[in-house]
Design a protein around this ligand. Structure first.
Ligand code: IMP
Length: 190
């Protein structure tokens, strides 16, 4: 079976292909010739993931899934949320982390979580899979691995940031891994 992953991040596609196994062959947006800038204008991760998977289903008439992720911080009313990638107005990870730390100055409630929502459209029906990981926003950056907000996020039960963990360790507990595991279980049981 072939399935489109509505992503142009080849690294993500390969990682998920390795998790899914050989029964399902993943194709990226590039592989199906989709070079469009797919709109992501929703207020929630689920809306954005659904917008992407429905776009591909409608325009390319193929089963597919899409994911959308981000960071929710309690003391900031859930921000940066769906604006995680460009919170500061730029896509620069450093600028985005600086803005978070600045807005949390003096705040003692540092609770936050990363969330991923996957929308799968299979045989015309939409299914959602979610993963999240709770944690705390630190006072300053630590670590240099990973990407995005990893240097300022310490997952619950740990005393190191995501950016101080090996990729393997992060991938065992991350929001994305949890959502992907649910998707894979569904696909393999179907
Ligand atoms: P995406 O939907 O997976 O592209 O994620 C959107 C944005 O959320 C990214 O550009 C990052 O800023 C943030 N983000 C999502 N997942 C992670 C993560 O695992 N670590 C750090 N930042 C993340």
């Amino acid at each position: 079976m072939e399935l489109v992953f509505a992503s142009n991040n080849q690294h993500k596609v390969e990682e998920v292909q390795a998790m899914i196994g050989e029964n399902i062959t993943l194709k990226s947006l590039n592989d199906i010739g989709c070079l469009d800038d797919i709109p992501e204008t929703g207020d929630t991760f689920a809306e954005n993931a659904g917008q992407k998977s429905r776009y591909v289903y409608t325009h390319f008439n193929t089963d597919c899934f899409a994911d959308d992720s981000g960071l929710e911080i309690d003391a900031l009313g859930g921000e940066p949320g769906v604006n995680s990638a460009h919170y500061s107005g730029s896509r620069d990870f450093e600028d985005n982390m600086s803005l978070v730390l600045e807005r949390l100055t003096g705040k003692t409630d540092r609770r936050a979580r990363f969330k991923t929502v996957i929308s799968l459209i299979k045989e015309g029906k939409e299914h959602f899979f979610e993963g999240s990981i709770e944690g705390l926003i630190t006072q300053q950056r630590s670590g240099s691995k990973g990407f995005g907000y990893d240097p300022i996020f310490v997952p619950e039960g740990y005393d190191i940031s995501f950016a101080e963990m090996s990729a393997d360790e992060k991938n065992r507990i991350s929001h994305r891994a949890k959502a992907m595991e649910k998707l894979i279980r569904f696909l393999n049981s179907d």
